[in-house]
Unconditional design. Sequence first.
Length: 166
Amino acid sequence: MTHSASHLTYLLLCHRKLWLHHRQIRMEDNSSDVAAGKLLDRTTYQRRAKKWTQLSLGHLKIDHFDARERVVKETKKSPKLEHVHVAQLKYYLYALERRGVAGVTGLLEYPAQRRTTVIELTSADRAVTIPGWEAEIDRIVGLPVCPEAIQKTYCKNCAFHDFCYI
Ligand code: SF4
């Protein structure tokens, strides 16, 4: 099965959301945070925007790819879910490698914190961690019933909040 970046994000955040998303059940999220994040992405790094192109790998869309320097960049508003952001970038690098594009580096940028981290794949990522994520995604989306709500603090910002709790 082809996995999207959303599949991976929801695997790490909420199995219920992963299950719903896989069945193409969507609820609109018009929160100001989402809008602000998109605006931040468009404006903060505008000066450097020219070298970045969007790259589509089937279900996987990479917003910022620099083919000449072999860099993939993700810009995030806050490092609150940094482990998810790191995983997302690693998954991009892995997907590129699987398609024969090796030696790509990830850049994880938090403009508000003025922080940039270099992300690279390790052999453990290739052999164990990422295949493990994929197997777990397949297991969860194949469950016959929707997983239970998880009662986490980020539920209040989730588009499914009312669906899960009201
Ligand atoms: S509201 Fe919470 S439990 Fe429901 S889908 Fe969102 S993150 Fe998961």
